[in-house]
Design a protein around this ligand. Structure first.
Ligand code: NAD
Length: 415
């Protein structure tokens, strides 16, 4: 017997031992090696095929596991994320799936202890996950640019999460602060550019602390960056019944970046001749969001304008506590991140009254992104709860706690 045949027989023996111990993975690994060394041995080959078939059968009956990184963060972040996870765990089995949550204690507490918001290699750590679920970052005693640039913005940039998707839907049973708006009448989807524009964080101080103190802050608009967010907006609009896209600009005063934005919008719009378009200056847009919110379908805006507009779109559909968002890498090369639009809300932290629905709806967006149709059961449960006399937090006129709302949604899904 040649050396390689002896080695092949040895691997096969190890494979058989692993099979006897019901360790199918180890058995396949060992028998594969024996087949590689002695491909003409029919016994090796047939045993390997049998093991692989059994593995496929087992895989098809096992729940699919998604590895999710959780950064609950600051303020009400941990309170709402706890409920979002409760709901995710109730919904995932409907898609024969489960989530494996890995919690990272990053945020302002970490900053107080370590002088930074997260470890130096935190982006490498996150890179291996299927998705990221984030609560909120921000603390009254730390400047916001430190918390934002120390944790959140690098995630969006490093993972090329160029699309920030922020739906605003007026649920039946929720009152808009605007008069006479029936449930369902406001239904818009804001596409916010998420990696450049006014958030590029380029600039500097001059003569710091002196009477001549100056600061320069530069925006970055690239043709690639503008076109990809605008194209994503048009592609989505093409799947929606109303087929409209509104672009938000300020090219009258911002004569370079916003002019490039307008040119990109015109170029991409020409690829979608069936979609109705309008272009609004940001100041006009805030007025129209209040005056005729029903007329908006898909809206596309730069990083800063999208950020400002989506606090407005959140409040006209009832509460910041209902606004979900996804920071999405459309190429799927990197993990996408899902988070409520709201911040850490220091004014209500620790009171147990934060509305968890924005975080829960962010989980529904995450499920959609991961291809899990259980997202629909989360949407339905939230819709049913809001339309009924079910638990609601004070921001929606109720007197229930964060936990009661989370439990309400989770048990509706389970029943
Ligand atoms: N993505 C983020 O992590 C993010 C976003 C916005 C603000 N922030 C940070 O959060 C901190 C507070 O910012 P802010 O006060 O401007 O905005 P905020 O969104 O935290 O709060 C604005 C208002 O909405 C209310 N609110 C927010 N979420 C709510 C919820 N789930 N249920 C009920 N009410 C809710 C708050 O009580 C507050 O009155 C700041 O440090 C800011 O930088 C972080």
């Amino acid at each position: 017997m040649s050396d390689s045949s002896k080695l092949a027989a040895d691997y096969f023996r190890r494979g058989a031992e692993a099979l006897a111990k019901q360790d199918l993975t180890a058995a396949i690994e060992a028998i594969r090696k024996s087949v590689k060394l002695d491909p003409t041995n029919l016994l090796f080959l047939q045993t390997l095929r049998g093991c692989e078939k059994r593995q496929r059968e087992l895989d098809s009956t096992m729940p699919k596991t998604f590895r999710i990184a959780v950064i609950a963060g600051d303020g009400i972040g941990p309170e709402v994320i706890r409920e979002a996870i409760r709901v995710a765990d109730a919904a995932a089995p409907k898609s024969d799936a489960r989530c494996e949550w890995t919690h990272f204690p990053w945020g302002t507490d970490y900053y107080f202890q370590n002088g930074r918001m997260a470890p130096a290699d935190y982006l490498d750590t996150l890179a291996g996950f299927d998705a990221i679920l984030l609560g909120a970052v921000g603390h009254p005693s730390v400047q916001d640019h430190v918390t934002l640039n120390g944790l959140l913005l690098p995630i969006r940039r490093r993972f090329d999460q160029c699309v920030c998707l922020r739906p605003a839907y007026l649920y039946p049973g929720v009152d808009s602060p605007l008069r006479n708006k029936p449930g369902g009448s406001i239904d818009m989807l804001v596409f916010r550019e998420n990696t450049e524009g006014e958030y590029a964080n380029i600039g500097g101080f001059l003569y710091r602390g002196m009477p001549e103190e100056s600061a320069i802050q530069t925006s970055v608009f690239t043709r690639k960056g503008c076109e990809r967010i605008i194209r994503a907006a048009f592609e989505k609009a093409a799947t929606r019944p109303r087929q409209r896209v509104a672009s938000i600009t300020k090219s009258n005063a911002q004569g370079y970046g916003m002019v490039l934005w307008d040119e990109c919008f015109a170029r991409v719009a020409a690829e979608f001749p069936n979609i109705a378009t309008e272009s609004l200056l940001i100041d006009r847009a805030v007025m129209e969001f209040v005056r005729r919110p029903e007329s908006f379908d898909v809206v596309v805006a730069s990083n800063l304008f999208g950020d400002i507009l989506t606090d407005l779109s959140a409040i006209i559909v009832g509460s910041m506590g209902l606004a979900a968002s996804g920071n999405i890498d459309p190429t799927r090369r990197h993990p996408s991140m899902f988070e409520p639009v709201h911040g850490s809300a220091p004014d209500i932290t620790g009171k147990g009254i934060a509305n968890p629905l924005a975080a829960i709806l962010s989980v529904a967006m995450m499920f959609e992104h991961l291809g899990l149709d259980a997202a629909a059961s989360i949407h339905q449960a939230v819709k049913d709860l809001l339309a009924s006399t079910g638990p609601k937090t004070p921001d929606l006129g109720g007197n229930s706690t964060t936990e009661q709302v989370g439990n309400g949604v989770a048990s509706h899904i389970a029943n």
